[in-house]
Design a protein around this ligand. Structure first.
Ligand SMILES: NC(=O)c1ccc[n+]([C@@H]2O[C@H](COP(=O)([O-])OP(=O)(O)OC[C@H]3O[C@@H](n4cnc5c(N)ncnc54)[C@H](OP(=O)(O)O)[C@@H]3O)[C@@H](O)[C@H]2O)c1
Length: 337
């Protein structure tokens, strides 16, 4: 049985708690920490865990083998370094960190401790994205040439820190990191990016448009943290290959208890071959966060390093996001490095 502590009881702490619970006897959540005792208690009650307002105190419990970090991004490095120093395996919500230096420090701490680091690059567990990657890798439609993505969220209203680019990294780091990781998965790392942004209430970029140049392919990504409250969270991807198009779209209403992705989900995956016969592909629906957690738990049980959501993949995606933020500041294309 994997005994785990979840650090953070906000949108993701709550979502992850459900994923751990779904594992039944394979896992037990022992601790939930949050600054607010009420929040910690609410999530802890759902999974039969002990709540604490001492955020990192669960790291001292020797029965805990794994820690699930769902804290604001600015706290990821300290939480991970302390967890690895205490000999725990770590599942860390994306983005890995806000800076390259912090990202490197987290990877180095995992290596030093010889403990697993997995990062919540959840699209690698989302049914439609997994199917698109499988078909692109198999070259079902030939070589991919153009990729377009969008990820548009109403302004986060379940916390304050996410609207502050200094704490969240803005849409490029907090939101588009999902799409940049997906594009890295499909196309390899981009050479260069160019980005433009709309301001959010004087608090930095809120809506970002990005052009990305790959070896033999081009991409465009749009990400927003300033859509109106009435706008349902929307995300999608279109991959134009030599022999046709794969396209996925997703929409969801807000969660009742905090977070931008809750009920009323609509989703589709369409295949449009150049030879004709456009069709909707059947995809089995499941909770991608639960799948990500089940995968991490299996890695811990079997003592193997993850192949999906690795520290290196998370670092590569962050490097794209940071290049986008540099382009926004310079007004010029920037190399990804
Ligand atoms: N994979 C995804 O799709 C996805 C979606 C959303 C977020 N995320 C990522 O998940 C992580 C957590 O995000 P979230 O939306 O769950 O955040 P959240 O709802 O704001 O929850 C943050 C948690 O950290 C605690 N906390 C401790 N110190 C804090 C501080 N200085 N400021 C704010 N909160 C503090 C909060 O405690 P109190 O609330 O009790 O104060 C709360 O328990 C972030 O890295 C975020 O980028 C991923």
């Amino acid at each position: 049985m994997v005994e785990v502590a979840i650090l953070g009881a906000g949108f993701m702490g709550n979502t992850h708690a459900a994923g751990w619970k779904a594992l039944g006897p394979r896992a037990r959540v022992r601790w939930i920490s949050s600054r607010s005792g009420q929040k910690a208690a609410r999530v802890a009650e759902r999974v039969g865990a002990q709540p604490t307002t001492d955020l990192l105190a669960p790291l001292e419990d020797p029965s805990i083998v794994a820690v699930d970090v769902c804290l604001p991004t600015s706290l990821h490095r300290e939480a991970c370094e302390r967890a690895f120093a205490a000999g725990k395996h770590v599942l860390l919500e994306k983005p890995l960190a806000l800076t390259r230096e912090d990202a490197d420090a987290i990877l180095a701490a995992s290596e030093r401790a010889g403990r697993i680091l997995a990062v919540g690059l959840v699209l690698r567990f989302s049914a439609e994205y997994v199917e698109i990657e499988r078909r692109v890798r198999a070259r079902d439609l030939g070589r991919p040439m153009m990729v377009s993505t969008y990820r548009l969220s109403p302004a986060p209203d379940w916390n304050d820190w996410m609207r502050d680019p200094a704490q969240s990294g803005g849409p490029a780091v907090d939101l588009l990191i999902h799409d940049f990781d997906q594009m890295n998965w499909l196309l390899g790392r981009p050479k260069q990016v160019y980005a433009r942004a709309g301001a959010a209430e004087g608090r930095g970029p809120g809506h970002v448009l990005t052009l990305l140049e790959y070896d033999g392919a081009e991409a465009v990504a749009e990400g927003s943290l300033i859509m109106p409250r009435s706008y349902p969270f929307s995300a999608g991807i279109r991959v134009l290959c030599q022999g046709g198009v794969l396209e996925h779209g997703f929409r969801a209403g807000p969660a009742g208890d905090g977070g931008n992705i809750g009920g009323s989900v609509t989703r589709s995956l369409r295949l449009s071959p150049a030879a004709g016969g456009s069709e909707l592909l059947p995809v089995q629906e499941y909770d991608p966060w639960a799948a990500e957690i089940a995968y991490f738990a299996a890695c811990v049980e079997e003592g193997r390093r993850p192949l999906r959501g690795t520290g290196e993949q998370a670092r590569d995606a962050l490097l794209v996001s940071l290049a986008v933020n540099r382009s926004l500041a310079s007004g010029r294309p920037e190399r990804v490095m």
